[in-house]
Design a protein. Structure first.
Length: 324
């Protein structure tokens, strides 16, 4: 019996629909397979890139003591503000560039307190005064500077009593104060009173070292735009222009001692107090390594902080994100 023309048309439509559905399913499966393959390849490339970055990091860490002249008794390293750059060509193609620079020429936010987690963190007046002075030098009104410095101290100290102009848990709606050290400087943005304008003003000159020591300023590694790190000690006694003049007068090879730096003509009769004098040095206490490169089409970026206060130097922090 010959099918009716209407039945033939229905069968043809059914076949066409099935072909279309199967084609769509096949296309989707192939696309997912392509995506999974690309994802696996990218993951492999990223993993290999990080392995290379870790290798460069380890190599630099092992070389820090030689760079600082510890084992050779050579003159202090003149760690230029721009840092030292090392470029390594990878066997499979691509390059890795490591920029080595002073990691302690910044205001250490954790110096706002003293002590440790075991005995408790309590406010350090000198650190608060320096952070206030830094903000004043950067053009932030004194009242605002004092409020931010107090609030930042309350953010990390162990007690629950707010400093004058500061703020503990009651100053926040959706979260509580950390009551522990800053891990990254970007955390300052969560502190009461820190506006985007305030954060952008201080960001280039602040850091969060994993200790509560006063900022370990290396006078041989200061750039002119880091003059506020000197002026913050006493904005009245060491104005920013005086600090810039002192930095510009650095002799070839750097100052051989901190005393020689403070005896320079620009800083005559401006020697700091005993407590703050100890935070200056002619060698880096901390070394920062920024590693960038590409491998198999994947970009890599790593920032490492190396503790160079004692030999052998050791890695203390690592981040896979760019600065914030």
């Amino acid at each position: 019996m010959t099918p009716a023309p209407r039945e033939k048309g229905a069968a043809l439509i059914t076949v066409l629909v099935l072909v279309a559905v199967i084609g769509a399913v096949a296309a989707s499966a192939l696309e997912r397979l392509r995506f999974a393959t690309a994802l696996a390849a990218n993951a492999s490339a990223v993993g290999q890139a990080r392995a290379y970055a870790d290798g460069v990091e380890m190599l630099v860490t092992l070389q820090i003591d030689d760079l600082l002249g510890r084992d050779t008794g050579s003159a202090p390293l003149e760690m230029k503000p721009s840092g030292q750059t090392r470029t390594i060509t990878l066997p499979e193609g691509g390059t890795v560039t490591a920029r080595i620079r002073d990691g302690g020429n910044c205001f250490n936010l954790n110096s706002l307190v003293q002590g440790n987690a075991a005995v408790g963190l309590r406010a350090r007046p000198v650190g608060i005064a320096q952070f206030t002075g830094l903000m004043r030098v950067l053009g932030i009104p004194e009242a605002k500077a004092r409020q931010v410095a107090a609030a930042a101290t309350d953010w990390i100290d162990s007690d629950t009593a707010a400093l004058p102009a500061g703020g503990e848990d009651e100053a926040y709606r959706q979260y509580r104060t950390a009551n522990s050290l800053f891990v990254d400087r970007s955390e300052l943005r969560a502190v009461s009173g820190v506006t985007p304008e305030v954060y952008e003003a201080v960001r280039p000159l602040i850091c969060a070292l994993p200790v509560t020591d006063l900022s370990p300023v290396n006078v041989n590694g200061l750039a002119p735009d880091q003059a506020p790190l000197l002026a913050m000690l006493s904005p009245e006694q060491i104005p920013a222009d005086v600090a810039r003049a002192a930095i510009a007068a650095r002799p070839p090879g750097g100052w051989q001692s901190v005393q020689a730096f403070w005896n320079s003509p620009a800083l005559a009769d401006r020697f700091p107090t005993t407590e703050t004098a100890s935070q200056f040095a002619v060698r880096p206490h901390w070394v920062r390594v920024d590693i960038e490169g590409d491998f198999a089409g994947s970009d890599m970026f790593e920032t490492s902080l190396i503790d160079a206060r004692q030999a052998p130097s050791r890695l203390v922090q690592r981040s896979w994100t760019r600065e914030s």
